[in-house]
Design a protein around this ligand. Sequence first.
Ligand code: NDP
Length: 249
Amino acid sequence: MKDALRGKTAVVTGGTRGIGRAIALEFAERGADLLLTYRGNEAAAEECRRLLSAYDVRAEFLRGDAADPAHAEAALARAKEAFGHADILVNNAGITRDKLLLRMSAADFDEIIRADLSGAFYMTRAFAPLMTKRRAGRIVNIASVVGLRGNPGQVNYAAAKAGLIGMTLATAKELGSRGITVNAVAPGYIATDMTEGLPAAQKAAMTEAISLKRAGTPTDVAKAVAFFASDDASYITGQVLCVDGGIIL
Ligand code: NDP
């Protein structure tokens, strides 16, 4: 497994904290060079840089807002300049703004669609030509079980993640003939900053609903992403893999 991705370049959006950081570390473990994007938390980016310095890989960092199409173009320019190519794209950056439907403003809805769905579209559109040129590539979208089964208080987030799953399927069909696979990983309840602030009762109820009776770790998700990015997954495309401890059962 070590060095399985040596010579490859992986772009991970939101790659400096939580699930994205775990993906970056899994890729580094396998020898991939990295371009990690983040929105603004410099301390997390610095900590990520420190952790990655233990590996024999190059790691580039780019600050910007996934919701801005210009950020995707900047990421493409940086990847070209630093590495000349990009083999793997993980659309992981995402946020939540939970509110019940009747209290959700248009701004609350649009903000999540732009960050969690449009952002992945901008990055995929930017990087697909680079992958097409080499007739090889791996795109992995980080969706959510919420995009498959819904969740009260997350109409915006469920819509974005369901949209991301639809985008995964359509993109897999469009890019398959170019040797590019496109898959989605749908995490359940994973212990990160995103879920840290949820009420204790909600966390307990979610844990109880999980067959394995524990929250997932970022590494649980990262292992599945690393599989889709690997040669072992070269004949798998358009799939959605739930990494949820059985919460969806
Ligand atoms: P975290 O909040 O821990 O980390 C989010 C990362 O994304 C950070 O690096 C953050 O940058 C970056 N980011 C957020 N918004 C933007 C933006 N607009 N532009 C650029 N970067 C951005 O989140 P998680 O690790 O928990 O979540 C990662 C993904 O997994 C998300 O797509 C989420 O929806 C999905 N997911 C998470 C689940 C969970 O239980 N945690 C469950 C199901 C899906 P910065 O540090 O600078 O803010």
